[in-house]
Design a protein around this ligand. Structure first.
Ligand SMILES: *[C@@H]1O[C@H](CO)[C@@H](O)[C@H](O)[C@H]1NC(C)=O
Ligand SMILES: *[C@@H]1O[C@H](CO)[C@@H](O)[C@H](O)[C@H]1NC(C)=O
Ligand SMILES: *[C@@H]1O[C@H](CO)[C@@H](O)[C@H](O)[C@H]1NC(C)=O
Ligand SMILES: *[C@@H]1O[C@H](CO)[C@@H](O)[C@H](O)[C@H]1NC(C)=O
Ligand SMILES: *[C@@H]1O[C@H](CO)[C@@H](O)[C@H](O)[C@H]1NC(C)=O
Length: 608
């Protein structure tokens, strides 16, 4: 279809009203859009062209793209016919599955409410919204009725199918079918992206003849937030979960404690947060954690806790005599950044404290996978403690690196027993970071591949990744050269720029192919996470660090696209606007002029 023919068809199908009714909007708006040769062209609205001019979000839905403005792009069949219908905002009904328990119903209702809120957020000014339109009915059917899995696990089927059509005059019906709540919830996000505000006609419109079938490529699609180096309010964490829900990211990895602060209330050990939080108000109470976990569930997100140890502990553990090298100086000799601190594996009572921490985490999160940290253990830290050295020597061990790895192995075994005790099973999958312990020969001695998942944080081309994969471990990829979003900016323990500078652009995130990283072992890759380590970030600069780069990751993980970032760019620009519309302070990628003048900015546009 040529561009011109397309416009006319679109207009005739979509807008069955007299041109005069459009004119009411033109006294304020100066520009509209036309689809020309597969690009949305900005046109000045005049007496003669306003009848066929359309708004930018509507134009982008059908012009030059078979998947419209959907982000992340679906992996199954997508059919979008150029037919828009005005939605009567006072006549929308969501039909949730029947036969639900009270608790399940509450979850569905919260999800429905979120979806309605997203629709409302599209309307810039309720006062000038045009009345009337089609009734919109969303019918949701899941096949898991009875014993519904309302807990996301590695086995959860997140696929869904969505079809939108009209069989009854005056009514648009959107059918959603999915295996369970999680798939159905994703479908609602997709449907939301097929509904736009038309600023020329001042109405909300739905794509009225569409079908999408969709499923993610990777199971584990996450963001990590470190709430120890700097504290984040519950509100800012929820905002992050909102953004994640929009792009179908499903794992919020909560690196809750570290050596800098201990902001988690532990019921049996109140001194941990009392001594360890920056201020009494910078503590996540049990009510806060429950709130965040439930908020995540409503958005299809597991909120997974990490207790990082045996290194990366310190504040909060004062007066216990269970740590080594806490705040030792000069810190460079004992750890990678101040303040230093590691648990002392030789203190038996320390494992009881661990059990109390794990116990609260399991109660609050009910995690299907638990993260035990395990990065950056310093041998010289442990070796600086006379009691540790004596404990080792008394057992006939030496003081070589291998002996300290054995000490770490001992710690890990004892700590895992406590995890198993609070989980009341011995098969909760456990994640650990890549470290010396995940290198040969130690990995074979201390970490069971049927039990441990390894989270990779070395560079994407590091040979160690193949070593881990060929042993049968499942991995989660967080290669710092693409997925550490705190890279770039001033140093804080040095002059110049921070250790992993420069800043990583969204294009690099988008191109970070797990297929390439995993080689022959792709079936062992669960997915990936982008990380924000918070030495130099807090809730005031959070949004623009995560967004829209986390969306680039989301499409990499959901769709594993074969095309590169250039093909995604104009969709990304529009998606960034969608994030902003929903209250997320996503970074601007380009002048707004490039959004309005599609493909006029890239330098290599001329090469094609
Ligand atoms: C929605 O489902 C109903 C009931 O199965 C069916 O009659 C109708 O055709 C479907 N509509 C669309 C647009 O898929
Ligand atoms: C929806 O699109 C299909 C083609 O994909 C077409 O056959 C059908 O008539 C359309 N329905 C409406 C109501 O326009
Ligand atoms: C700390 O523990 C060590 C043995 O683990 C013991 O020798 C020492 O007296 C303890 N110090 C305090 C202050 O309790
Ligand atoms: C630990 O310290 C002792 C001296 O107290 C030293 O002999 C040994 O080499 C050190 N071990 C390591 C692995 O550095
Ligand atoms: C622990 O698991 C066993 C068997 O799986 C079960 O019988 C027992 O009730 C559980 N205990 C608790 C406290 O949940």
């Amino acid at each position: 279809m040529t561009g011109a023919a397309f416009i006319i068809v679109l207009f005739l199908l979509a807008f069955g009203f007299a041109p005069e009714s459009v004119a009411a909007g033109t006294d304020e708006l100066v520009y509209g859009y036309e689809c020309q040769s597969g690009k949305c062209r900005k046109v000045e609205l005049t007496e003669t062209n306003f009848v066929k001019a359309i708004s930018l979000p509507v134009c982008r839905l059908f012009c030059g793209s078979s998947i419209g403005t959907l982000w992340p792009k679906p992996t199954g069949a997508v059919q979008l016919e150029p037919l828009m219908r005005q939605v009567d905002m006072s006549n929308i009904e969501v039909q949730i599955p029947s036969g639900l328990s009270r608790k399940e119903k509450k979850l569905w209702k919260a999800t429905e409410q979120r979806w309605m809120d997203l629709l409302e957020a599209k309307i810039p000014n309720r006062k000038i919204l045009k009345e009337g339109g089609y009734q919109l009915t969303v019918s949701i059917k899941t096949t898991d009725n009875g014993g519904a899995p309302y807990r996301l696990t590695l086995d959860t089927d997140e696929s869904y199918a969505l079809s939108v059509g009209s069989e009854v005059a005056g009514e648009i019906l959107a059918n959603i079918t999915a295996g369970n709540f999680f798939g159905a919830r994703h479908a609602l996000e997709t449907l939301n992206q097929l509904i736009v505000y038309d600023d020329i006609r001042r109405e909300v419109q739905v794509t009225a003849n569409a079908s999408v079938s969709d499923a993610p490529v990777y199971k584990w699609r996450g963001l990590l937030l470190d709430t120890s180096r700097n504290y984040y309010s519950v509100k800012s964490i929820k905002r992050t979960l909102d953004g994640m829900a929009m792009v179908k990211l499903n794992t919020f990895h909560w690196h809750i404690t570290d050596s800098h602060s201990f902001p988690l209330e532990v019921s049996k050990r109140p001194e941990l947060s009392k001594l360890g939080a920056y201020t009494p108000s910078k503590v996540y109470t049990h009510a806060d954690v429950e709130d965040i976990v439930e908020y995540g569930r409503e958005r299809g997100i597991r909120v997974m806790p990490e207790f990082d140890s045996p290194a990366h502990v310190g504040e909060g553990w004062q007066h216990k005599n269970m740590t080594a090298c806490f705040n030792a100086q000069p810190w460079m000799q004992y750890c990678v950044e101040p303040p230093c601190g590691q648990l002392d594996p030789t203190v038996d009572d320390m494992y009881n404290v661990l059990e109390d921490i794990f116990s609260d985490m399991f109660k609050l999160h009910n995690p299907d996978v638990f993260h035990m940290g395990g990065d950056e253990v310093s041998v010289s830290c442990w070796n600086s403690s006379e009691t540790i050295r004596n404990w080792m020597l008394k057992r006939g061990w030496g003081l070589t690196e291998a002996d300290f790895m054995r000490l770490w192995g001992h710690y890990q075994e004892e700590a895992l027993k406590r995890v198993d005790r609070v989980a009341n099973t011995t098969n909760t999958p456990v994640i650990m970071w890549t470290s010396k312990l995940t290198n040969a020969p130690y990995i074979d001695d201390y970490l069971d591949p049927s039990r441990y998942i390894i989270q990779i944080w070395t560079e994407g081309h590091d040979k160690v990744i193949q070593e881990i994969l060929k042993r049968g471990y499942r991995i989660i990829v967080s290669n710092y050269d693409a997925l550490y979003f705190d890279c770039g900016g001033a140093g804080w323990v040095t002059g110049g720029n921070n250790w992993c500078s420069p800043y990583i652009g969204w294009q690099k995130v988008y191109q970070n192919s797990l297929t390439k990283i995993a080689g022959d072992y792709e079936h062992h890759v669960l997915g990936a996470e982008a990380a924000i380590w918070s030495e130099q970030i807090d809730e005031y600069t959070l949004d623009n660090r995560f967004w829209p780069r986390a969306s680039a990751l989301a499409e990499r993980l959901w769709s594993n696209p074969t095309e590169g970032w250039r093909q995604a760019e104009s969709r990304m620009l529009l998606h960034r606007e969608r994030l902003v519309e929903n209250g997320i302070g996503a970074e601007a990628l380009q002048p707004e002029w490039c959004l309005q003048n599609e493909n006029e900015c890239p330098v290599d546009a001329y090469a094609h």
